[in-house]
Ligand binder design. Sequence first.
Ligand code: TYD
Ligand code: MG
Length: 416
Amino acid sequence: MPKKLSTIFVCNNCGYESSKWLGKCPACSQWNTFFEEKQVNVNTAKIRQNIKNEVVQLNNVVKKETTRIKTGVEELDRVLGGGFVNGSLTLLGGEPGIGKSTLILQICNSIKIEGKIFYVSGEESAEQIKLRADRLEINNEKILFLSETNIDIVQNSIEKYNPQFLIIDSIQTMYSEEITSAPGSVSQVREITARIMQICKQNGITTIIIGHVTKDGSIAGPRVLEHMVDTVLYLEGERYFTYRILRGVKNRFGSTNEIGMFEMEGKGLVEIKNPSKILISERNGNPSGSIITVSLEGTRPLLVELQALTTLSIFGMPRRNSIGIDYNRLTLLMAVLEKKANLQMGNQDVYLNVVGGIKVNEPALDLAIILAVASSYKNTSIKEDVVAIGEVGLTGEVRSINLIDKRIKEAERLRI
Ligand code: TYD
Ligand code: MG
């Protein structure tokens, strides 16, 4: 009897599978992200038969020397732990328009390799990329460009030109004819990634896959392929601010607690070597509601300015609004302030903002949040040279935090 071809519904955001359509994904809580897919039965037993790996004593395994390729962009090299590992597969995710293609094109110019660089774009034509390259003053004879979306053609070209460095921009535009669903769907994205991984690992090509992240989940997010690649980087930032943060989320060859900071300018992304100085540079005097704190991004201390505003609420329900800081944290701290410091927050709207459009999420910022709100409420400024760091517990106590020396040093360095 022929096997019935079954269909399943897959969440485009996280890859959760269900036998029926669902409005909201139970795994990632996104709405309207389920699309129908044909189920492909892969005979894993057969694959396993072909693998002939033997049991070895771990102590006796000879390590292969990992060589790294320096990108020439210091901020990126630090996030990667010293550059791309030769032959590794990296995923660079971020919202559309955040600057992923720009960053990668800049790397193409500064990267220190002997072989060819192969840039495959399914989004832009050669002329468009050339225009951008001219704007970024990129002049590297080693860059080869292909505007193509069919993975078979891409694979043939890669095998023909045998590059050392490969860029796929973006994974959601590529498609394989073997799969019926549209480009950008979970099964296409998975299949293409598996194909690229095979090409990359077989030929020892260092590869970067660019992947878009969308909030509505209309295209498969990079989350569904995070487990397949060696390194995952995300480029973040608010669209209307020029700062961009590059974060390592997964790294098989190093730590994930480093960040890189960039600023989007007319000539592409410029590295910010001293982010603390820039983030607090626009502080004007010391108005009420403003305070400086030190957040730790990875191992890097970052001075940020918090601003709070409290106003009398005109509705029965007071509003709480936070940008750059977890909303739940703010409401929790407001409750502590009300009960433990006897400030009447129940009839106050509270707004909180992290200057510069960056996101900081650390309990070490609690004390600064509380002080900023209290300062605005009492309309009293906090002295300009005060830096507040500390976690605040539910009973109102201030707790110690990690790496305090490092934070103090950074504050001293900028003479706050
Ligand atoms: P892009 O790299 O195309 O984003 P992504 O690949 O993540 O979708 O960046 C696009 C934005 O960056 C675009 O809105 C214009 C801006 N930009 C600059 O401000 N300066 C520049 O030099 C370049 C190349 C782009
Ligand atoms: Mg792009």
